[in-house]
Design a protein around this ligand. Structure first.
Ligand code: IPM
Ligand code: MN
Length: 324
């Protein structure tokens, strides 16, 4: 358990409470990591801590980030270091809800590639601070990385009712990476004749997420497009307070990591008003991964009806539904 910063510890406490109410006994260890820890003694994520984390079955993380820490220190040094080092190459984000202005619910999952793209940190800066300053930021797309992500999306779709996968990219402008993604997608699709496919440019996908989210079943896309699209997915599916995510190592060579999509929200931290449902639904994804799908389904069912009140009151109400 990494509660982290801001509202992280508050929502993680509720998630753990709900998991226990669902009848799953977890053996937990808390790690004090995040922006506050960094400000206190300079540790972001030492190699020693990383090696310790490798020994666990799963990691449940609240949120990290504190005002006063320069951008990137915690994001790259903790979150991305965990994603890269533990080879969490799938970021799975489910979106079910009824978008504003719609009466019909949607139910789709975004599969975001989680270890490549512009997130790798390739690039640099020249002549910093001068009028001739240059900054480059590369996007890495390997056949291996793209293919394992697309394959995961097709496997997932093959277990779902609609059996439909949409590739989202920007093949008309990012012609090198886009071509690799499209060719890989077509090659994998040929192995899954029962699965229907579509392609959307990412800008068009932004319109469809709002105006016609029902068209989607499984969406597969690159790291940065997936980052942006999944905030939009949250916004049209009841808000970011409900958006859960799984950072998966499907090969299971180490633990996977589960976290709400929302951040540490320092402005509302400590007030007891953060919505714990995103963290609770992330814990349900963790239970799926740990082979406790019955408990996970029960938690999802308990979260399906509206709840209101403080962070703790919402957690309590969901526990009551699980017992009752
Ligand atoms: C997310 C977050 C992270 C990302 C940040 C905090 C590094 O926005 O999980 O979506 O960009 O992946
Ligand atoms: Mn994001």
């Amino acid at each position: 358990m990494i509660g982290g910063d801001g509202i992280g510890p508050e929502v993680i406490a509720e998630a753990l409470k709900v998991v226990r109410a669902a009848g799953v006994e977890l053996d937990t260890t808390f790690f004090d990591l995040g922006g506050a820890r960094y400000l206190r003694d300079g540790e972001v994520l030492s190699d020693e801590t990383l090696e310790t984390l490798r020994g666990f079955d799963a990691i449940l993380l609240g949120a990290v980030g504190t005002p006063g820490v320069p951008p990137g220190v915690i994001e790259r040094g903790l979150l991305l270091k965990l994603r890269f080092s533990l080879d969490l190459y799938i970021n799975q984000r489910p979106f079910a809800g009824t978008a504003p202005g719609h009466s019909k619910p949607h139910d789709f999952i975004v599969i975001r590639e989680n270890t490549e793209g512009p997130y790798v940190g390739e690039g640099g800066v020249l002549r910093k601070g001068t009028a001739h300053e240059v900054a480059t930021q590369g996007s890495v797309n390997s056949r291996h990385g793209v293919e394992r992500c697309i394959r995961y999306a097709f496997e997932l779709a093959s277990k779902r009712e609609r059996k439909h996968v949409t590739l989202v990219h920007k093949t008309n402008v990012l012609t090198f990476a886009g071509d690799l993604w499209q060719r890989t997608f077509d090659a994998v699709a040929a192995e899954y004749p029962k699965i229907a496919t579509a392609y959307n440019h990412v800008d068009a996908a932004c319109i469809y997420f709002v105006q016609d989210p029902h068209r989607y079943d499984v969406v597969v896309t690159d790291n940065l497009f997936g980052d942006i699209l999944t905030d939009l997915g949250g916004a049209v599916s009841g808000g970011i307070g409900l958006a859960s995510s799984a950072n998966l190592n499907p090969a299971r060579t180490g633990p996977s990591l589960f976290e709400p999509v929302h951040g540490s929200a320092p402005d509302i931290a400590g007030k007891g008003v953060a919505n714990p449902v995103a963290a609770i639904l992330s814990a349900a994804l963790m239970l799926d991964h740990l082979g406790e799908s019955k408990a996970a389904d029960a938690i999802r069912a308990a979260c399906a009806k509206p709840t209101s009140g403080s962070t703790i009151a919402v957690g309590d109400e969901i526990c009551r539904r699980l017992h009752g």
